[in-house]
Design a protein around this ligand. Structure first.
Ligand SMILES: Cc1ncccc1N[C@@H](C)c1ccc2c(c1)OCCO2
Length: 117
């Protein structure tokens, strides 16, 4: 007897729609370039040692698509991890450091707008 394939609960799709929209905006941002894909640990000396939990927008999108975020908190934690790692490894006045600060300001603004609605 084949059991009916459990349809993905629509509300979970709906619930996470704002995150997908917000993530798409982050990826489209002109300052997103350092954060679009995982840092290649072999090509950035010291990164593996200094940054305990690497994170990037592509990985977050994968987790979102695979329903690995059970609540809003875990999504926010990963997005903030991208920016915290950036501030930890890069000087504030470096190209990447500046991009990280601008991206964080953009995210914080959009996130509060999303929540306030
Ligand atoms: C976010 C981040 N923090 C610290 C180091 C790197 C990165 N990003 C990688 C993708 C990256 C960004 C820019 C690069 C690069 C790699 O390697 C070659 C030169 O330019």
């Amino acid at each position: 007897v084949s059991c009916a394939k459990r349809a993905k609960t629509p509300n979970s799709e709906l619930l996470f729609l704002p995150f997908r929209v917000l993530l798409a905006e982050l990826e489209a941002h002109q300052d997103a370039w350092p954060f679009l894909s995982p840092v290649k640990l072999k090509s950035v000396p010291g990164y593996r040692k200094v940054i305990k939990k690497p994170m990037d927008f592509f990985t977050i999108k994968e987790k979102l698509i695979n329903n690995m975020y059970l609540n809003q908190e875990n999504f926010i934690i990963d997005v903030n991890l991208v920016f915290d790692n950036c501030q930890k490894f890069n000087e504030d006045d470096s190209e990447i450091g500046q991009a990280g600060h601008r991206m964080k300001r953009f995210f914080d603004k959009r996130w509060t707008e999303l929540l306030r609605k």
